[in-house]
Write a new protein. Structure first.
Length: 433
């Protein structure tokens, strides 16, 4: 394939508020978009690879701002229990049985599911992240990766900091920039204040953002008040954690003071509506946070608490859930939901400006949807079709950094038969309660 690719489509979502309905094109050179436009490309075509897909719509790849990729291994292994019980009785005993190999194949499975459902960029926070990074590298997806840091003992803290440093040295910027690294303190209830301070220092030293679970359940917030006399977000503020770039997952139980702290420090929030509903944690005040100027992305969380990695579901849920809660049909509009899943998502995970759009200078992370699907008939409003009507089944082709990674619904970079075999082999041996 030539380095310069001309993709001709039947509709183009440049951004959620800049849409071309009808024949249009994207031209990219290696991994970067050079030009987009309506109608036919009128420049010199002689040195271009031309892909003509007039029965497809091109949209920016979806950004999944929170998850634990290898938890695909625990999909449906412990459902219908609240978070604390779910972690202690279902998930931790399974995680103790994890091996490097299991994480590698679990992450491959996640990449298969995400790429074929239109996600081109995701964040991960887990263990054996070297194996996860290897799977991400091979799959062609864009990944923002963190070692999940738990600070129950001093030994664990020391090891976590050393591992994070070497993870950064090995993987930050790998895959021609497709992989970036963040630091991943798991949560205030698993990382004591002194450890959080050390992680914050390392974040400064390596110039890396951090991602952390914050205020996911009412129990977590009540415990924080009991132990520290303040909310989890108040604690992060008093420790100086919020002076660094931070992506906070969940923020379900936040009050007005928490929201102003998040806004004042430009903390990015990963909103995971489905995971929060399924674990009975609650509903994050997404509209209030958006109104306060906070950058919100959408996330699936791990496949053990969702139970899939389908961002089309999150997109639709984010757009409908808050309408119901607030009894306000304008609460989050279709373009606003799509913005959360693309351009705001990219900002939330600290990708460069332009990511999450199909505009000149942005990375060529492109998803094609089947315009011939019944869900796109008729097309009064392409963005509404995508948010309220489309499903992951409508994704036909995906490009990340200009490279084709999904063709006709099938991954081109992954051996799906091998993944299926390995997942069945590995999970057969797990002991479950
Ligand atoms: Zn999580």
């Amino acid at each position: 394939m030539n380095q310069r690719v001309l993709l001709e489509v039947g509709g183009l979502i440049e951004t959620p508020t800049s849409v071309i309905t009808g024949p249009s094109y994207i031209l990219w050179n290696q991994s970067t978009i050079e030009e987009t436009g309506a109608g036919e490309y009128l420049g010199d075509r002689s040195l271009l690879t031309v892909i003509r897909r007039r029965n497809r719509i091109a949209m920016p790849g979806l950004v999944n701002t929170h998850g634990h990729a290898a938890m695909t291994l625990f999909r449906s292994a412990g459902d219908d229990v609240p978070l604390e019980k779910w972690l202690k009785e279902k998930i931790y005993p399974l995680e103790r049985q994890l091996t490097k190999e299991a994480v590698y194949w679990g992450t491959q499975l996640a990449c298969w599911e995400m790429l074929t459902s239109g996600t081109t960029c995701f964040t991960d926070m887990y263990f054996y992240m070297n194996e996860s990074a290897r799977a991400v590298h091979e799959s062609g997806i864009r990944g923002v990766l963190s070692i999940g840091l738990l600070g129950f003992t001093e030994e664990m803290q020391k090891q976590g900091l050393a591992d994070s440093k070497s993870h950064y040295e090995t993987w930050h910027g790998a895959g021609e920039g497709r992989i970036s690294v963040m630091l991943g303190p798991h949560a205030p209830y698993t990382c004591p204040p002194a450890f959080l301070l050390q992680i914050t220092e390392l974040s400064q030293l390596l110039d890396l953002p951090m991602q952390i679970h914050l205020s996911e359940t009412a129990y977590e917030v009540a415990e924080s008040y009991r132990q520290h006399g303040t909310s989890p977000i108040g604690l992060m503020h008093s420790l100086g954690v919020l002076n660094r770039p931070v992506l906070a997952a969940h923020c379900v139980h936040v009050d007005d003071k928490d929201i102003s702290l998040l806004a004042a420090h430009d903390v990015r929030v990963a909103h995971n509506p489905q995971s929060n509903l399924k674990l009975g944690s609650g509903i994050a005040p997404a509209v209030k946070m958006r109104q306060a100027g906070i950058t919100l992305g959408l996330g699936t969380d791990g496949a053990a608490s969702n139970n899939n990695l389908d961002m089309f579901e999150e997109l639709r849920l984010a757009a409908t859930l808050h309408k119901g809660v607030l009894q306000d049909a304008t609460a989050i509009t279709a373009p606003e939901a799509l913005e959360m899943a693309t351009v705001s998502g990219a900002r939330a995970v600290f990708r460069p400006t332009g990511d999450g759009t199909l505009t000149a200078g942005a990375v060529a992370d492109v998803v094609l949807l089947n315009l011939e699907s019944p869900r796109f008939l008729p097309t009064y409003d392409l963005v509404s079709n995508i948010v309220y009507s489309a499903s992951a089944e409508d994704v036909t082709d995906v490009f990340v950094a200009g490279q084709e990674v999904v063709r006709k619904g099938e991954p081109v970079t992954l051996d799906t038969e091998q993944i299926r075999y390995q997942i069945e082999r590995i999970t057969r041996n797990f002991e479950r309660k």
